[in-house]
Design a protein around this ligand. Sequence first.
Ligand SMILES: Cc1cc2nc3c(=O)[nH]c(=O)nc-3n(C[C@H](O)[C@H](O)[C@H](O)COP(=O)(O)O)c2cc1C
Length: 150
Amino acid sequence: MKTLIVYTSVHHQNTENIAKVMTEELEADIVPTVKAQPGMVAAYDLVGFGSGIYFGKHHKTLLQFAETLPAMTKNRAFIFSTSGDGKKKHHAALKETLVNRGFSIVDEFSCKGWDTWGPLKLFGGINKGKPDGEDLAGARAFARGLKNKP
Ligand SMILES: Cc1cc2nc3c(=O)[nH]c(=O)nc-3n(C[C@H](O)[C@H](O)[C@H](O)COP(=O)(O)O)c2cc1C
């Protein structure tokens, strides 16, 4: 299963750490969004899209990239994120764009990530040390599970 992972990770490399573990498990190709070309995705069976969450959505570079993708008919995608609260509800905007481009979303992964935004930095932030070993193991198990998804 030829897999590509496209990611943006600008705050503390939290999502990059998750992306690397998934890349290893899936023997995927990996590219930061700023270096990704829309035409690349057609060559893959499965494409992972991930970033930190900014104001309730994925990073704007990733959202904008998704909007430029050519319309697909049979492409499969998965979505991942790290955020202050670790919730998947933040995936809605990216999910909608990908579905509109013709992707089917096979699964989603999210976990908490170190967050020192704004006043939080005065106190050392929240979720310091995250993603931790347990989160990385969760990401690896998630990626392994993708291999058996229809
Ligand atoms: C400007 C800014 C806005 C953020 N907005 C949210 C948010 O709306 N919800 C949330 O749960 N976390 C939010 N976060 C926390 C980040 O999603 C979290 O730190 C994430 O792990 C960063 O990922 P990265 O290091 O891969 O960029 C925000 C962080 C920053 C710096």
